[in-house]
Write a protein that binds this ligand. Structure first.
Ligand SMILES: [Zn+2]
Length: 329
């Protein structure tokens, strides 16, 4: 029995009983159809001096059994125990994606682009465009797309559903070392079979932007108040970005860290996506120590929405304190 039939039966029952007693039967008014339940749009804003940051959610993917093969250097039992201690179900892990869009007096910058439009109607990811619409951000208003690295969940949104450039005006700013690695034909031909699609995907996503790509190196000031910082390990050219205006500052961490329950509590855990896990760990500890010591508000691409807060040193690791409510005026 579907929900509407069930509801109609439940409403009809008292009337039938009343009718049997010989009293007047009141006709229940027809129920209007119920809309499919949805979440509120996923965006969240805060200011960094005169810059306005909008965190735009792209949804989340579910990984089943994250205790198996997800962390290279921890046993299944260690991962399950740590997850349970932090209130997570070891049978499944939500992997969220949130894209920072920074409006500055000198232009609007999107940092990474999410997974891109999905074809499955029930997909939990690919929500960037709908949430940009809800936040009133037109893709044509994006002056620059800056990429932390070239994994598929960061470059997917460069293309729209038809395979054309999703950002008609944007210059595409890429770390020089990241570009050199992924565009190198030698690397592509030597890559293990499992990585071939990633190399092909990089070529496809950048193709419509060929004339608009700008390469940057460590320390490049992209705009006043936005500076690149080398953070290699997750990928060869993985880059963090420092945003500042006067004394206010934010660090865009990209994939320096996976979920806080994994890489803050356990900074030594090597999650499978880190291409050079030893270097990734060293970079992670160095940057976490800096943002913790200087109390720099931080943005983690895979942290739970709205994906920003403060990293505190705690025990042998770190802890994320979600940022408090922020005024946007
Ligand atoms: Zn990622």
């Amino acid at each position: 029995m579907d929900r509407r039939v069930l509801l109609a039966t439940a409403l009809a029952a008292p009337a039938v009983m009343a009718g049997l007693g010989g009293e007047a039967v009141a006709q229940a008014p027809a129920q209007p159809p119920q809309p499919t339940p949805t979440q509120a749009p996923g965006f969240y804003r805060f200011r960094i001096g005169q810059h306005l940051m909008t965190m735009v959610h792209d949804g989340q993917a579910i990984r089943t059994d994250p205790t198996q093969g997800f962390v290279r250097n921890a046993s299944q039992e260690e991962v399950a125990t740590s997850m349970r201690a932090q209130g997570l179900d070891p049978a499944r892990l939500a992997n969220p994606y949130t894209i920072p869009v920074l409006r500055t007096p000198n232009g609007t910058v999107m940092l990474d682009t999410g997974n891109g439009p999905q074809t499955a109607a029930d997909s939990r990811i690919g929500q960037l465009q709908a949430n940009l619409d809800a936040a009133g951000i037109d893709p044509a208003s994006i002056d620059m797309v800056v990429l932390t690295h070239f994994h598929g969940d960061h470059i997917g949104g460069l293309l729209d559903g038809s395979g054309a450039a999703a950002f008609p005006r944007a210059r595409i700013v890429v770390p020089e070392k990241e570009w050199a690695f992924w565009m190198d034909e030698g690397q592509a031909s030597r890559a293990p079979d499992a990585m071939r699609p990633a190399f092909a995907n990089v070529r496809r996503r950048f193709a419509p932007y060929e004339a608009r790509i700008e390469r940057i190196t460590d320390g490049t000031q992209i705009l006043p108040g936005l500076r690149a910082m080398d953070a290699p390990g997750h990928t060869p050219g993985h880059t963090c970005f420092h945003v500042s205006d006067g004394s206010e500052q934010v660090m865009i961490l990209g994939d320096l860290t996976s979920r806080p329950e994994f890489n803050l509590t356990n900074p030594g855990w090597h999650v499978i996506f880190d291409m050079d896990p030893v270097m990734a760990e060293a970079t992670r500890r160095r940057v976490f120590d800096r943002v913790a010591a200087d109390r720099i508000r931080s943005v983690g691409y895979h942290w739970p929405f709205p994906a920003n807060g403060y990293v505190l040193k705690e025990g042998n690791g770190y802890r994320l304190v979600p940022a408090e409510w922020s005024s946007v005026v």
